[in-house]
Ligand binder design. Structure first.
Ligand code: 2AM
Ligand code: CA
Length: 260
């Protein structure tokens, strides 16, 4: 038991250092001229995403050679191990490419497919969000908690627009329905950081559809440990592979669910 606790602390420290190392690389190259490629119509990738990922995945493989790793830029090594790493080497690539300082390195670890460790780091603001299950969530070492807002009319919500045109109409109807009832809606472009800001109590809720497990895993661990709730849009249990997420401070969750 004691060994497990120490092993988990070591894993958290390793993850934090890895996020800082990759984040530093992102920061050094932020604002430089980039060769931007298209993975899809509006889905961008740069050599910076790939180098950041190589750095992260290489270090994980050396330290934890048996763990499963799922990373955005084409690494899908499901080894069947208890531990799975969900790696987004640069969450918020569109912001990065446009010189907007809202992006992060997002590293989530699930154990037996359940939330275990989450670290998100924005190297420009210096915000480092971290959490391990049962031990609380932290922003630069200071404990964070979700907001206590219980009325939609007082709630500030964050979202992302869908990347699949097939889901646009539904999403816009949802957007209008929610906008009528809440204080406001923001759209910042990094799902990982959006979740961390719900965890820190800045936003009261977040929803988005069509995301990937690497966008969500780390932020969800941070959110849950800050006392928040994450589910599918209809309240079903959170599954990082499902991609549609409703997240909140818990108090407004059922009201938001009704509007989904
Ligand atoms: P990324 O920057 O790592 O690609 C913003 O709404 C969120 O959507 C970001 O976390 C962004 O992650 C993600 N995203 C960007 N392109 C996407 C796509 N084509 N499909 C799904 N999610 C995407
Ligand atoms: Ca990414």
């Amino acid at each position: 038991m004691k060994y497990l606790v120490l092993a988990r602390v070591a894993m958290l420290n390793f993850t934090v250092n890895l996020a800082k190392k990759a984040g530093e690389y992102l920061r050094e190259n932020f604002g430089k001229e980039l060769n931007v490629e298209h993975k899809g119509r509006i889905d961008l990738v740069t050599q910076i995403d790939r180098n950041s990922q190589d750095m992260i995945v290489g270090d994980i493989e050396r330290k934890y050679p048996l763990h499963s790793i799922i990373a955005e830029e084409g690494v899908n090594r499901a080894s069947g191990h208890d531990y799975t790493w969900f790696v987004d080497p640069l969450d918020g690539t569109v912001n990065y490419v446009h010189g907007i300082p809202f992006f992060s390195v997002s590293l989530g670890i699930f154990k037996d497919m359940r939330p275990y460790i989450g670290v998100c780091y924005n190297p420009i603001s210096g915000d480092l969000f971290s959490a391990q299950t049962g031990k609380g969530a932290f922003r630069n070492g200071k404990k964070i908690m979700v907001s206590k807002t219980s009325l939609l009319v007082d709630s500030l919500i964050v979202t992302g627009f869908p990347y699949s045109l097939a889901r646009l109409d539904d999403s816009m109807m949802r957007f209008t329905r929610i906008l009528r009832e809440v204080q406001g809606i923001r759209r910042f472009g990094s799902a990982a950081l959006d979740l961390c800001f719900v965890a820190a109590g800045s936003f009261d809720g977040f929803w988005e559809v069509g995301l990937h497990p690497w966008d969500l895993a780390a932020g969800v661990v941070v959110l849950l440990e800050a006392g928040g709730r994450a589910s599918g849009l209809s309240g079903e249990g959170f599954d990082p592979h499902r991609g549609d997420i409703l997240a909140s401070n818990g108090r407004i969750h059922s009201d938001l669910m009704r509007l989904m």
